[in-house]
Ligand binder design. Structure first.
Ligand code: HEC
Length: 191
């Protein structure tokens, strides 16, 4: 009896594991997508109260590049984000028709609520309404893929190292660490 229980437990674990590695079929994911668009993601009928302007896109871009770049890249196409494709589900290119197919209200809803249980976090309490609506304008007018390079944090380690050793940004003066306080006044040493 005990053995049967152990065996069926093992089967169950195996079944769950097998389920996890299997990618959902085309039909299923199309179905899941349509459920997501019509039911799961709210805010469908909300209109963007912030009027479109270049300024709004720019402001939204600033917020995006502060809060979202770590996963979505500076340009929203996940440029230079090393783990984007490894996440499950992967970080999408926000210019993708699947994303652009959401209404403005739904894109804001996604920011507000996040998408559990994926890696897309909720920004409720972090961004206010107007900031989110500005970001919606930015997402509708993303710069070309790759045009802004990779987020600084992912730039080559070597470059970061050099910057840190210089004690500031390259080209800034007084970049060298100040050593004289510690060691130059030999006469002060009493032996
Ligand atoms: C910690 C990483 C992370 C951060 C930070 C992040 N996202 Fe996401 N985002 C994801 C992942 C992962 C997905 C894919 C979720 C899914 O398909 O279920 C996603 C999906 C999205 C989608 C598309 C959802 C869909 O159903 O296709 C939008 C729009 C989006 N994010 C906007 C933003 C905005 C705007 C910000 C900043 C305010 C942001 N994200 C910050 C990881 C992140």
């Amino acid at each position: 009896m005990k053995r049967i229980i152990v065996m069926s437990a093992a089967c169950l674990v195996f079944a769950i594991a097998a389920c996890k590695v299997e990618k959902p079929g085309e039909v299923e994911s199309a179905f899941v997508k349509s459920v997501k668009k019509t039911i799961t993601i709210g805010g469908k009928d909300l209109k963007n109260p912030v009027a479109f302007s270049d300024e709004a896109v720019k402001t939204g871009g600033g917020h995006f590049q502060h809060h979202c770049q770590i996963c979505h890249g500076l340009d929203g196409h996940a440029t230079g984000v090393p783990f984007a494709a490894q996440m499950d589900p992967p970080v999408p290119d926000l210019s993708d028709p699947d994303v652009q197919g959401y209404t403005d209200g739904q894109i804001k809803w996604i920011m507000e609520n996040g998408i559990a249980p994926s890696g897309m976090p909720s920004f409720k309490g972090i961004l206010d309404d107007d900031e989110m609506w500005d970001i919606v304008h930015y997402i509708r007018h993303l710069p070309p893929k790759g045009s802004l390079g990779a987020p600084d944090v992912y730039n080559e380690e070597k470059e970061e190292h050099e910057k840190m050793q210089m004690g500031g940004k390259p080209g800034e003066k007084s970049a060298k660490p100040e050593k004289k306080d510690a060691h130059q006044h030999g006469s002060e040493h009493k032996h």
